[in-house]
Design a protein around this ligand. Structure first.
Ligand code: PLP
Length: 435
């Protein structure tokens, strides 16, 4: 008898052959000039839906279980961590990672974590949500990453860690950064949501991090629809992250480990609660005040398929960046942020700086069907949610981002004919709008 997966594959192909318009996630070969060019999207084929449907049809529990656990192990191995826990988003990963690190290292309320003033909100929110204090650093105008001199100057006796998130995956000077971390005895935490696969001197950026987060939202390098991961070489940090994501419970058995009669710890039924001298099931002992941020098991099965494509995705993202970096600097005054000589960037997008003239170019590209994006929030301190936290005027370069910076996709959903089209319309822009 053929496998469930084979039968689902036949079913999907039959639907396609019968003319049903199914979403074909792989680069759209029917794309024609003028059709929209998305900045990113799922780089899927039949394998991902097949794995997901199979998981739904054959799974017993359906919430995070053996498929998720398999993906956690594969992810750890692929990106050189000892341990990982999957959660339902990159934002959730940051939330439980900071909670776990605070507990593991014994940080006190109001201890300080340095973070960039320009970036994504859910890098910053978990610092405050966990009773810690964010200390902001402005960006360097050359690479748009945080200014390392400012970072060094903002260290106080209350600083416990720095929370790094390289702009669109592009590493800054990690040698200098590592020196600052070592000299000041700080912990380096990586928001790796945009930087999966990026390297510095041949090593993943997360090599020296105490923990790293990742996002599997469709815009990111790999996607499980929604999803995220916390990874670390410190087992307890991942166990604590898992606890926070699983209602706060003490038991950290996952997947097949749940079939062990006494769990991984060998003490499933034991005197877990002080002052109660009978055995309690560790599955219902709550060590921290947690949340429920678990993924569904089918998402793990999608993740395992996506992971097999990561090298191809990395290479196409790099070649798409190269193509964009030849097109846009032809516009006088427009530049693409460059890669540092020791970096191998897995580009989340291609950052473009066009001082004072960004809005006109963005409007033009969008009118031609080419999606663009802001570099996220710009100066986060200008947004209503962060009013009163710090004076946004202290971060003048971050404030320039909304006026002068945007990014264009590098995802493998962008094909060579699409790049040729972008080149053509940029040439027309130079000819018609600038001469
Ligand atoms: C740097 C960074 N951190 C965190 C996140 C949040 O990830 P998610 O959308 O999976 O919650 C994002 C999302 O794009 C991001 O770019």
């Amino acid at each position: 008898m053929s496998s469930v997966e084979d039968q689902i594959g036949i079913f999907i192909n039959n639907l396609k052959n019968a003319g049903y318009e199914l979403q074909d996630y792989l680069p759209n070969q029917n794309w024609e000039p003028g059709d929209q060019i998305l900045y990113s999207g799922p780089y899927w084929d039949n394998q991902e839906p097949t794995a997901a449907i199979s998981s739904l049809l054959t799974g017993k529990w359906l919430s995070a279980g053996e498929k998720v656990n398999k993906f956690e192990r594969e992810f750890s191995k692929r990106f050189e961590f000892n341990h990982s826990v999957m959660v339902n988003s990159g934002s959730s990963a940051n939330l439980v990672m900071i909670a776990a690190l605070k507990k593991y290292f014994g940080w006190a309320d109001n201890d300080e974590i340095i973070v960039c003033a320009c970036g994504f909100p859910t890098t910053i929110n978990p610092i405050m949500q966990n009773g810690l204090k964010p200390v902001f650093v402005d960006i360097d105008w050359k690479d748009l990453n945080w200014n390392l001199d400012d970072l060094e100057n903002s260290i106080t006796e209350k600083t416990v860690a720095v929370f790094s998130s390289p702009v669109l995956g592009n590493p800054y000077d990690f040698d200098k950064f590592q020196d600052i971390i070592n000299t000041n005895n700080l912990k380096y935490i990586a928001d790796n949501c945009d930087s999966l696969g990026s390297k510095w001197r041949g090593c993943y950026l997360t090599k020296n991090a105490v923990a790293a987060s990742c996002s599997f939202y469709p815009a990111h390098h790999i996607t499980t629809i929604e999803g995220g991961m916390v990874s670390s070489n410190i087992e307890e940090v991942v166990q604590l992250s898992r606890s926070y994501a699983w209602w706060g419970r003490g038991c950290y058995c996952v997947g097949a480990q749940n079939k062990l009669p006494n769990g991984v710890c060998g003490h499933r039924f034991d005197r877990w609660i002080d002052g109660y001298d009978k055995d309690v099931d560790h599955k219902y002992v709550f060590g921290v005040q947690g949340y429920n941020l678990k993924p569904a098991d089918f998402q793990g099965s999608i993740g395992s398929i996506q992971l097999k494509k990561i090298t191809e995705i990395h290479n196409v993202r790099r070649s798409n960046y190269d193509a964009m970096s030849k097109i846009f600097p032809k516009i006088p005054g427009c530049r693409v942020v460059e890669e540092n000589e020791h970096a191998e960037t897995s580009w989340f997008g291609c950052p473009i700086v066009y001082e004072g003239k960004k809005h006109k170019l963005v409007k033009y590209l969008e009118s031609k069907g080419v999606q663009t994006r802001n570099y996220f929030a710009g100066n986060i301190l200008r947004h209503p949610a962060y009013k009163g936290l710090d004076d946004p005027d202290n971060y003048p370069n971050a404030s320039r981002v909304l006026d002068d910076v945007f990014f264009i996709g590098t995802s493998p959903v962008i094909t060579i004919p699409m790049i040729d089209y972008i080149k053509k319309i940029v040439d027309e822009y130079i000819k018609n709008e600038l001469s």
